[in-house]
Design a binder for this molecule. Structure first.
Ligand code: KIV
Length: 272
């Protein structure tokens, strides 16, 4: 597999991300929740590192993204921000941090920006949170929208199936995308929607659209642990696996146990 050659070492900003769409350059985004992974992802040449609330599932073992707290998201984002030099770091606003009121949402966004070291925030939803999103942008915070399958609403949807397959939901998504652009979002994630609808959104809005399970867009995002194959049972159609780390780690750890048990580790060169 070929390494990606990074063209420059200059910090990625919202302006550069928006310019990439104008220049027809694709945007690569990947999750990280800790310092070591963030360093590897950044050094590989990633444009955006997402401190997703998927940390709730991947790091904490929760069934959904709902239980993760603001304090926990700030902790993960601080770890990531310390490991990243070039990429833009975006942190998810967790469930409950912006749903209650506009004022509460702005207050939590300001706190998350001040304490996390992130370069911007992402939050789920469209028209229903548009005043809050406008307020956060007006506070000087770059906001990435998120439409389609919005995992914080999993109990409303009744699962993680493809969204916006019918005309009514597709029309609402198109309207929401327009509203997010007008509210000042610098980019937008579309999750698990039909590829044709993603194409329409990409043509309709001037801000970059980053897809996950949404077909071709201005950029793509995946969860690092999924694309690295760390969970051998998660195999949705949209996921391309670039490694089988589950098998590699299992072999390495198994070998270590064997070496300890049979006394071959440590040997003389590994001893003082
Ligand atoms: O939390 C997350 O990892 C995300 C991506 C799946 C887009 O929101």
């Amino acid at each position: 597999m070929a390494a990606y050659i990074v063209e420059d070492t200059k910090k990625i900003t919202t302006q550069r991300i928006m310019q990439m769409k104008k220049d027809g350059k694709k945007i690569a985004m990947l999750t990280s929740y800790d310092y070591t992974m963030a360093q590897i992802v950044d050094q590989a040449g990633m444009d955006i590192v997402l401190v997703g609330d998927s940390a709730s599932n991947i790091m904490a073992g929760n069934l959904t993204t709902l239980p993760i707290t603001i304090d926990e998201m700030i902790y993960h984002a601080r770890c990531v921000a310390r490991g990243v030099k070039r990429a833009m770091v975006i942190c998810d606003m967790p469930f409950g941090s912006y749903q209650i009121s506009r004022e509460d949402g702005i207050r939590n966004a300001v706190r998350m920006m001040a304490e996390s070291g992130a370069d911007g925030l992402k939050l789920e939803g469209g028209e229903e949170f548009i005043d809050t999103i406008r307020g956060i942008v007006n506070a000087g915070i770059p906001v990435m929208g998120h439409l389609g399958l919005t995992p914080q609403s999993v109990y409303k949807f009744g699962g993680y199936s493809v969204r916006a397959k019918d005309d009514a939901e597709a029309d609402k998504l198109l309207n929401d995308a327009k509203l997010l652009e007008q509210a000042g979002c610098f980019s937008l994630v579309l999750e698990k929607i039909p590829a044709e609808l993603t194409k329409k959104v990409c043509q309709m809005v001037s801000i970059p659209v980053i897809g996950i399970g949404a077909g071709i867009a201005d950029g793509q995002v995946l969860v690092a642990h999924d694309m690295l194959g760390m969970n051998d049972s998660f195999k949705p159609k949209f996921l391309r696996r670039y490694a089988d780390l589950h098998a590699i780690m299992n072999d390495a750890i198994g070998q270590y146990i064997t070496d300890v048990k049979d006394g071959s580790f440590p040997n003389e060169t590994e001893s003082y």
